[in-house]
Each structure stands twice: as structure tokens, then as C-alpha cells.
Design a protein around this ligand. Structure first.
Ligand code: ADP
Ligand code: ZN
Ligand code: ZN
Length: 819
């Protein structure tokens, strides 16, 4: 009998696969892509993936046996492995790190206990102690954590009791509990109380002659339920009320009169019962032409960039292309930068494709993720996957189309942990592996993608007008320097902004206010001695969060209570300087006491359904003014936004980053795009100290091309992407001297190898994070040069560094194509 060996990918940052011996009884069944349980190092057990099976024993060590083969089916297919390999090479990490990012934790069982946030935890941390908040925040960044990691984060040895308390409070769950099914979402659906015939309906309408709102509701229900098509579909109560802009009172009256009947159903996460399929929309002529030209490009190219202004109907085009893909029997992947966006698009897709659609992102709990993963690997269903960046790592077998919506968005880039990949770029590779087509969509394409279109590497298709002839919003500049000089500013609001808000609210239109900074205010400062509080772990001042009454570090999550008096001079003159979303929300309430105000930022959207609830509340008209960070900018489609206010256009431009201009244009254009999308033209007011700034002018005139032309010249003269590729190398250590010597080593070796293309080392803007000092190098690689040789050389240098005893504890991270 033959002896087989298997190369196993382990979920670790080790450079190579590790070889194990296949026990005889597995000989017949083991296949590439199977999960296996193996022992690695001392006594740790891991789930690994079989990368290859062969007959060659490893040369330098004795192979241990594979311990277990838990499934009959494979968990990872060949195409995924090809992608993992590409990602590991290109992003300079290990296959194991890619595996770690790809597999839901439920498929990576290990011997250690894992905990996660309770799926029903709503993000309310007001009743938690500081240490509990720390644990919650750590879990928000990591989804699940081992107990051992939590001990590190909290710097406490005994946390069993704290964890126990949090489990009791339903804030956390342990992994075993995660395996249970969770309470599905419940929703009210409306039916006619009986199968009224036409005659009876006549009578009902007669009886409602004096109750017009109620009559409207009955008519709307008849329409939505499909009665005139001979159907009787359940209709969501929320949808019904929205359709006629009705209050609850009219609805309750109809229930009392026994005309309406309510039933509460579970609406599963993967299926959405009771949504009558939406009628087929007719594409506008422009949309039709766009689709034809996308097809034409696909004859010769694999990637097309759809550059369509906000509200031009790009989503409709995606849906048509998905439909065609399904007809051809293939899978489609639809990537969005933010989970917040999936809410709106999911319901649009489900109305069209029903159960063929599924969502996948980090707010699903682990069970849900495992369920989606296993369904796809076993049956190839569901065929349409909508998700944030990690959806790209699902086990597709037969992709026909990959859509990357809002392709310019920096949320597609994963920063930490490794693999530091850009989902847009990896999606293009994924698509190529499947011989599929890619569609990149944006109203404000990235300079890189637009350049690729200009040089005909990608096809370029444009939609220049909004759907239905709605005009692009009218943009006004409010000069706050001038207003400040003349003492006209009320807090952070110019008279122009306040007047227009008043007008919009009077017209029953909604208002969006954009401020690119969360928290109450960036600093709490002593008026007498200028004291401010710095983080004990990082080189930043703490952000003041008024509602939670603490100062918090946005880098490491460290918090402190707000002091009553100045810790330095003892004075009581502590003042919150600057504006975060929380402060804007509070102050705008003073000017508009009757308005319903809400806030959308990282702090208010922590719970699983928080995004969805906020968006639904806004859609349903339960919010008049929505204050938020860039979370608001991304592709949301609202009907009734009359005014968008950008509170401080200057703040965005002051980042020392070669993308600062591109970013500010994108932010301003995108947030403006939320105004007036249906029927009516919207208004935008941009507050700035410098109205002549050309980027502001380009936003006003909606002149993407001018912005691009400017930027591309700059990028060329300063050797930045797309003309050069960038690799950022960061070294970290708690001792600044060790860090400096290590940097000296990289500097010496690196300058030898790369010459003037290696820049640095430099301290970054924030030079110490979580107790570690940081220094970075930037390596520039000419576009024309294949980067693999250079990366290989860089790897060697880093390995040499790590081999030296004195640098063992230096952390080196490499970020290819940083954003
Ligand atoms: P984009 O994604 O380009 O911002 P959307 O696809 O969201 O634009 O379209 C903007 C609005 O116009 C949406 O409310 C959408 O329902 C509507 N719309 C787009 N195309 C059509 C069509 N062919 N028929 C009817 N409504 C459409
Ligand atoms: Zn002081
Ligand atoms: Zn910190």
C-alpha cells in the first residue's frame, strides 16, 4: 500500500505549507480542499486545508499524522486556492493568513474557547463598566476572539467573572452558544380581514367616505397585495404606511373596524417572504445604450468601468447584467464597500431575484456565515451573492460576473490584520480565474481605474444624467471665514445653512448634515492652562464623547472618565473644542427643537441591526435631520432629501496624503449625491473657509474630468500611483532605540537593493499606537516593472532582519498598494 503525504495550509502566518502523513484509512477519501485537524507545535490543534496530496515525505522533519477528516465534502475549491495563492504573493503574506480571513471561524475549530458579541446586542454600552466596554470594542474589531487574546487586551489575568457577567447581560456569547439558532427578525404583515368580494369592498369604501386616509390605505393594500393581478401577497405594514405616507392612527382604525388583519411572521435573513416581485422597470434610453456598450466592450475586454453620476440608475444596470448571468446558469458577485449599503440593495435584489440572493458580511454571526459558505460549496447556491469585501473569498465555482459598486471606496481595502488586500483589485483577479467579466461602478471613480479606462485597459461607459431627468443638485458655497468675521455664525452653522434647513423642513423635506468626525469634540481643553488629555498608549489626544461621559482613544479604544476639574491646574474651565457628529446633533436640536434628529456614525451603528434600523427610520420619514460621518456618503438612495449640508469642507483637505484631493472630491460629490434623487432637484450647501479652492469649484460644477486631469498630472510628477506602485513597510517596537536600529538595518540593505526608490524611515502622523512606536518606509516601484522580483528582495531583507536576535521582537508589517 502506498504512503501519502499532504501539504496543509494552516491558519497561521508561517511562510510555507506544512506536510503531514495521511493515515491509511484516509488514503481513498482525502482530497485537495478538505478540512483536516492537525497538531502543530507543542500541543496545539488546528484546522487546516489540504493544499496538495503526494508521496514525498518532508526532508527536514518527521511528518506527523493527520488526526481527523471532519467532513465528507471539500470546504475550499481549486479556484479559491488559486486566488489565495495570488493574494499571498501579491500582498506579501502567507496563504494561511488568507485562509484565516476567508474561512468563517466555525470552520476553523480549535481547542480554545472563542467568544463573540451577542447577535442581539444593540451596541448600547451605557451600562457597562470601562473594562467591559474595552472587551466590547475589541470584539467589534475582531468579530470573535479567543479568551487568551482578551486577557491581552484587558491586561487582566482573571476575566472569567467579567465574561460571565457579560454573557448574562446578553452582550457576549461563547462559541458553543453561537451554534444555537438565533431569534429571527419579526415583522408585521397586513391582510384584508376577509376575502371581501367587490360588492363588500364597495360598501367598505362607502363607509370610509369621510376617512380619506383610511380609504387610501385600503386602496394601497389592494395594489400592493396584487389583488388586481388575482394574487393575495402579504404586505409589510411598514411598506404600506410608507406607500401612502400614513400615520399609525388611520391604520389602527382599520384594524378596529375589522377591515385589516395583522399577522406577525419571521422574516428570515436569507429570504424575505411577502415581498411581491417588483414589476420589471423599463430602462431609459441612456441605460439601454449603456448596457449595449458594456456588452460591446466585453467582446474584447474583461473589465468595464461604469462612470455614472449619482442617481443615474447604475444599480438598475447591475440588476440587468445579473439577470443575464443567471440565465446563463452562472453565479454573480456584487461587492459593496459598506454593510450599511447592503440593506437597501438587498431588498432591491430580492424583489427581483427572490431566494437566489444571499448576503455575506461581517455582521452575520458565525453560524450564518458557515451556512452561506456550505450552501455554496455544496450546491453552488445561492447564485447571487451580495456583500462587503470578504464575500469575495466565498467558494464560488462558476462565476460569470463580478460587480464592484463604489469601486473608489477605501473601505474595500483591508488594513489589519494581514492580508492587507484591496477587494476591488482582488475581485478583478477572481473574475479572471473564473473567466468572468468585471464591472466597476462609481460616480467618482478612483484615479487608478479611470486611468486604466483612459489607456483602454478597461472599457469605459458613462451615464451623464440622473434617471428620470432629475437635475443634479444645486450646490452653494457658504463662506464661513466671512461669516465668522461678521460674527454671523451660530455655533458651527452659517446663516445660509440654517435658513435653508428651515426652508427644507417647512417643505417637509429631509436634511442630511455631514461632519467627518465622530464623537462630541476632538479635544477637551483647559481654557486656563491649555491642558489636554493624551492617550496613555498612543500619541493622540483623546476624543470627548459626551453621552458616554468619557474620553476615548480612536486608535486603541482606551477610555477615561471626564475630569471635573483640570488635572493640571485645577481650574474648572474645561472646554470642548471642535466639532464631532455628537456635538452637531446636540446643537442642531437647539435651533430646530421640533425636528426629529438622528445620528449615523460608528458609535450609533454598532449593533447588528443598527444600520438597518436607522436607514429604515430615515426612509419611513421618522427622522427629519440626519447627522453623520462618511458612512452617509455611500450610495444610499433616499427619496426625500431636500438639503445636504457639508459642515467643514476644509478639514478633509488637510491630510498629508497624496490622495487628499481625490478623497475630498469623492466625499463631497458623494454626499451631495444624496440630495434630491427622485422628482425634485436637491440643494447642497458647502461650508468652507476658502471658496476659491479649486476642488470645491470642481465639485460645484460636477467636473470629475477636471479633477482627474489635475490629479493625474500631479501623480505623474511626484511618482505616485497609477504611475508607481507603492509598498509601505511599517516597523513597530515598544523601545524607540531598538526601533531606530532596526530601521537603520532596513535602510542600509534597502538602499543597496532599491536605491532612491526606498523612502524613509519616518515617524507617521501618529507615532505611537497601543504602546508601540512606529516608523515607516515607502517603496516605489515603476509601473512597467514586474513587482514580484522586488517584493522577493524585500522579503529577503525582512527575513534577514528577523533572524537577528536583537530584532526578534520588532513587528514588521507590509502593506502593498496602501490607501
Ligand atoms: P445610482 O446607483 O446610479 O446612484 P440608482 O440605480 O439607485 O442610481 O437609481 C436612482 C433612482 O432612480 C432609484 O430610485 C431607482 O429606483 C430609479 N431608477 C433607476 N432606473 C430606473 C428605471 N429604468 N425605471 C424606473 N426607475 C429607475
Ligand atoms: Zn488647566
Ligand atoms: Zn490609544
Amino acid at each position: 500500500m502506498k504512503t501519502f503525504f499532504a501539504d496543509i495550509i494552516l491558519p497561521l502566518a508561517i511562510p510555507k505549507r506544512y506536510t503531514y502523513r495521511v493515515p491509511q484509512e484516509m488514503n481513498e477519501v482525502i482530497r485537495v480542499g478538505h478540512r483536516v485537524i492537525v497538531q502543530f507545535a507543542a500541543s496545539r490543534l488546528y484546522t487546516g486545508i489540504v493544499g496538495a496530496v503526494h508521496e514525498k515525505p518532508p526532508q527536514n522533519y518527521e511528518a506527523k499524522y493527520i488526526l481527523e477528516l471532519p467532513d465528507a465534502h471539500i470546504s475550499v475549491n481549486d479556484k479559491q486556492m488559486e486566488l489565495w495563492k495570488w493574494m499571498a504573493d501579491y500582498y506579501m503574506c502567507s496563504e494561511g493568513e488568507v485562509m484565516n480571513a476567508a474561512l468563517p471561524s466555525g470552520l476553523k475549530l480549535s481547542s480554545e474557547t472563542v467568544i463573540a458579541l451577542h447577535p442581539d446586542f444593540d451596541g448600547d454600552i451605557s451600562n457597562l463598566t470601562d473594562i467591559e466596554v474595552k472587551i466590547v470594542e475589541a470584539l467589534e474589531n475582531n468579530t470573535t476572539m479567543k479568551l487568551s487574546d482578551i486577557i491581552v487586551v484587558t491586561e487582566r489575568k482573571t476575566i472569567d467573572k467579567i465574561i460571565g457577567d457579560l454573557v448574562k447581560k446578553k452582550v457576549l456569547v461563547r462559541e458553543e452558544e453561537l451554534k444555537e439558532k438565533f431569534k429571527p427578525k419579526l415583522e408585521d404583515f397586513v391582510f384584508l380581514a376577509e376575502k371581501f368580494d367587490e360588492e363588500k369592498l364597495e360598501q367598505i369604501f362607502d363607509s370610509l367616505k369621510r376617512a380619506q386616509k383610511q380609504a387610501e390605505l385600503v386602496i394601497a393594500l389592494l395594489n400592493l397585495s396584487g389583488r388586481y393581478q388575482g394574487e393575495e401577497n402579504p404586505v409589510k405594514k411598514s411598506a404600506l404606511l410608507k406607500a401612502v405616507h400614513s400615520s399609525n392612527a388611520a391604520f389602527v382604525a382599520l384594524v378596529k373596524k375589522n377591515i385589516f388583519r395583522i399577522e406577525t411572521f419571521e422574516t428570515g435573513r436569507l429570504k424575505d417572504i411577502g415581498n411581491a416581485k417588483s414589476p420589471e422597470l423599463n430602462l431609459s434610453e441612456e441605460q439601454q445604450t449603456a448596457i449595449e456598450s458594456i456588452h460591446k466592450h466585453y467582446e474584447t475586454k474583461d473589465v468595464v468601468l461604469l462612470h455614472g453620476v449619482t442617481g443615474s440608475g447604475k444599480t438598475e444596470i447591475y440588476m440587468r447584467l445579473i439577470e443575464e448571468t443567471l440565465k446563463a446558469g452562472k453565479q454573480a458577485l456584487y461587492l459593496l464597500p459598506e454593510i450599511a449599503l447592503t440593506t437597501q440593495i438587498t431588498s432591491r435584489l430580492q424583489k427581483k431575484f427572490g431566494n437566489a440572493v444571499s448576503v455575506y458580511h461581517s455582521k452575520l454571526n458565525d453560524n450564518e456565515r458557515v451556512e452561506v459558505w456550505n450552501n455554496i460549496i455544496k450546491s453552488g447556491e445561492p447564485k447571487v451573492l451580495l456583500g462587503a469585501r470578504s464575500a469575495l473569498l466565498l467558494p464560488f465555482s462558476n462565476l460569470g460576473l463580478v460587480i464592484v459598486d463604489e469601486e473608489h471606496d477605501s473601505s474595500f481595502k483591508q488594513y489589519d490584520p494581514s492580508p492587507r488586500y484591496n477587494a476591488r483589485d482582488a475581485a478583478i483577479i477572481l473574475s479572471r480565474i473564473h473567466n468572468a467579466k468585471t464591472l466597476l461602478g462609481s460616480a467618482t471613480p478612483s484615479i487608478e481605474s479611470y486611468c486604466n479606462a483612459e489607456i483602454s485597459k478597461y472599457g469605459l461607459v458613462k451615464l451623464a444624467c440622473r434617471y428620470g431627468g432629475v437635475l443634479m443638485p444645486e450646490i452653494f458655497i457658504s463662506d464661513i471665514k466671512e461669516a465668522k468675521k461678521r460674527k454671523l455664525m451660530k455655533s458651527n452653522f452659517s446663516p445660509m445653512l440654517l435658513e435653508n434647513m428651515e426652508l427644507a423642513l417647512t417643505n417637509k423635506e429631509q436634511v442630511i448634515l455631514f461632519q467627518n468626525r465622530r464623537g462630541y469634540s476632538p479635544v477637551l481643553e483647559c481654557n486656563t492652562c491649555a491642558w489636554t488629555q493624551h492617550c496613555i498608549n498612543c500619541d493622540v489626544t483623546l476624543t470627548y464623547h459626551k453621552y458616554q461621559n468619557h474620553l476615548r482613544c480612536h486608535y486603541c479604544g482606551y477610555t477615561e472618565k471626564v475630569p471635573v476639574t483640570c488635572p493640571a491646574c485645577g481650574d474648572t474651565a474645561l472646554q470642548a473644542k471642535g466639532f464631532g457628529t455628537e456635538k452637531i446633533e446636540e446643537e442642531i436640536g437647539i435651533f430646530f427643537p421640533d425636528a426629529k434628529i438622528a445620528r449615523m456614525d460608528l458609535d450609533t451603528t454598532r449593533g447588528k441591526y443598527a444600520h438597518q434600523q436607522l436607514i429604515e427610520n430615515f426612509e419611513d420619514g421618522n427622522i427629519d435631520i440626519l447627522v453623520g460621518t462618511q458612512m452617509l456618503t455611500k450610495g444610499l438612495d433616499f427619496d426625500n432629501v431636500g438639503l445636504v449640508g457639508i459642515l467643514n469642507a476644509d478639514g478633509m483637505l488637510n491630510f498629508p496624503d497624496f490622495r487628499a484631493h481625490e478623497r475630498s472630491y469623492q466625499l463631497m460629490a458623494q454626499v451631495s449625491g444624496r440630495a434630491g434623487r427622485k422628482q425634485k432637484r436637491g440643494k447642497v450647501i458647502i461650508q468652507t473657509h476658502d471658496p476659491e479652492k479649486f476642488i470645491v469649484q470642481q465639485v460645484i460644477t460636477n467636473n470629475y474630468e477636471a479633477m482627474y486631469a489635475n490629479e493625474i498630472t500631479e501623480r505623474k510628477s511626484f511618482a505616485y500611483p497609477p504611475f508607481f506602485r507603492l509598498v509601505e513597510i511599517t516597523l513597530k517596537h515598544k523601545n524607540v532605540d531598538v526601533l531606530n536600529t532596526a530601521c537603520g538595518f532596513i535602510s542600509f540593505e534597502g538602499k543597496n537593493a532599491f536605491g532612491k526608490n526606498l523612502l524613509g524611515p519616518e515617524f507617521p502622523m501618529v507615532a505611537r499606537i497601543k504602546g508601540l512606536y512606529l516608523k515607516t518606509f515607502l517603496l516605489k516601484i515603476e509601473r512597467e516593472i514586474a513587482p514580484s522580483g522586488i517584493k522577493e528582495k524585500l522579503r529577503e531583507i525582512i527575513t534577514q532582519l528577523k533572524l537577528k536576535k536583537e530584532f526578534k521582537s520588532v513587528i514588521v508589517s507590509v502593506d502593498v498598494d496602501p490607501m
